[in-house]
Design a protein around this ligand. Structure first.
Ligand SMILES: CC(C)(COP(=O)(O)OP(=O)(O)OC[C@H]1O[C@@H](n2cnc3c(N)ncnc32)[C@H](O)[C@@H]1OP(=O)(O)O)[C@@H](O)C(=O)NCCC(=O)NCCS
Length: 157
């Protein structure tokens, strides 16, 4: 089941969030480090006005339901710049499926939900960033029909 996230998802979300934090810290250590996240961070995320957070949940026999994946989405409107085409876009800021639950269609289901939500809120496209070296995510998004629109270059100085 894909549904809007709740504050009481935090215990499962904490583990998922650290999977993506750890991955980013490995892929781009000059940009990311693995932090200790707190329930307050989750509360703040859920309170973002122009955005949505979805979780993928499955029934778990003894301890109730279990959250297997999370997606964080945020709306952005083009700034008032005459050189830019005014559009509303939805950015996928976080997407992670628990390591043991990948390749079962959960990521795809979360993206489908995000797409529907974004459309209903006036967005014309989804946009996201994949850090270089994240082959799993590259293969996933390519499969879903996403393609690059820019490249970010850097050089140490
Ligand atoms: C990227 C991620 C969210 C995909 O979630 P998932 O639930 O495993 O994806 P799905 O099962 O819905 O995959 C849909 C299709 O994408 C492709 N795909 C997904 N993972 C792939 C992989 N590792 N290698 C090749 N193709 C892959 C496949 O075509 C797959 O369909 P199939 O399994 O029927 O062949 C998951 O791998 C993940 O959480 N990775 C770590 C965090 C991350 O990188 N997030 C994205 C940051 S931008």
């Amino acid at each position: 089941v894909i549904r809007p996230a709740r504050l009481d998802d935090w215990p499962d979300v904490r583990a998922l969030w650290s999977e993506i934090d750890d991955l980013h810290a490995v892929l781009a250590p000059d940009y990311f480090r693995a932090p200790i996240r707190h329930e307050e961070d989750w509360r703040r995320l859920l309170a973002i006005p122009a955005g949505a957070v979805f979780v993928a949940e499955r029934a778990r026999s003894e301890r109730g339901a279990e959250v297997l994946g999370v997606l964080v989405l945020r709306l952005y409107d083009t700034p008032a710049d005459p050189a830019m085409v005014p559009r509303r876009r939805a950015h996928v800021e976080t997407l992670v499926v628990g390591r043991q639950h990948r390749r079962r269609g959960i990521g795809r289901d979360l993206m489908t939900e995000a797409t529907g939500w974004a459309r209903r809120h006036g967005a014309v496209e989804l946009v996201l960033t994949v850090w270089d070296g994240n082959r799993e995510a590259e293969a996933f998004y390519e499969r879903l029909g996403y393609h690059p629109i820019s490249r970010v270059l850097h050089a140490k100085i």
